[in-house]
Design a protein around this ligand. Structure first.
Ligand code: SF4
Length: 180
């Protein structure tokens, strides 16, 4: 008889935590991935679902650079936030949210444990605890994560959300969601 070896535990992570190549020019922390995060999740037998990168899908890989600004990263992130909120881009973003929700709802329906959602703090789209607005890093969610959070509330599904910015954050953030 075939035995199903699945852990039935899944976590959703921001695309660039597994693929840094999607990120804006000049902002990658690692060459390929947050290796410490991926290793820690696999050690716990948690299946990793890579969310789509909203900026790559809606704006493309070349998202431009703000040069000469006092804080180029947050200034660029603020410009990207404005672009993501504009008409057709916003519609494309909503479709990506529904693509993610389709998977979340399906796992939930079949009794899988939704361990959490891990975003990328400071991002105008994928930040969870911090995002970028008016040229600075500020508390609050990015647009993509905020939309997912609203949809989870609408569906009455409780999934813990945390954000990370470097490998230094990982242990504390994982403890919050895995150890709860
Ligand atoms: S933080 Fe989100 S939008 Fe930015 S590169 Fe990563 S996945 Fe894409």
């Amino acid at each position: 008889m075939f035995s199903d070896g699945r852990s039935k535990r899944v976590i959703f992570i921001a695309h660039c935590l597994l693929n840094q190549n999607a990120i804006s020019d000049g902002t990658a922390v690692y060459p390929a991935a947050f290796r410490g995060l991926i290793d820690a999740l696999l050690i716990e037998d948690i299946g990793i679902v890579q969310l789509p990168c909203p900026e790559l899908c809606c704006l493309g890989l070349d998202r431009g650079n703000v040069r000469g600004a006092e804080s180029p990263v947050t200034a660029e992130n603020t410009r990207i936030r404005r672009e993501m909120e504009s008409g057709t881009t916003c519609e494309a973003l909503s479709r990506l949210v529904e693509y993610a929700m389709r998977q979340i709802l399906e796992y939930n329906k079949h009794g899988f444990e939704l361990v959490g959602i891990i975003g990328a703090n400071r991002s105008p789209n994928c930040g969870v605890e911090t995002t970028s607005e008016n040229g600075e890093e500020t508390s609050g969610m990015g647009i993509f994560m905020e939309k997912i959070s609203h949809r989870l509330t609408e569906e009455n599904i409780d999934v813990p959300m945390v954000g990370i910015k470097s490998e230094n954050d990982i242990a504390e953030k994982l403890l919050r969601i895995i150890g709860r």
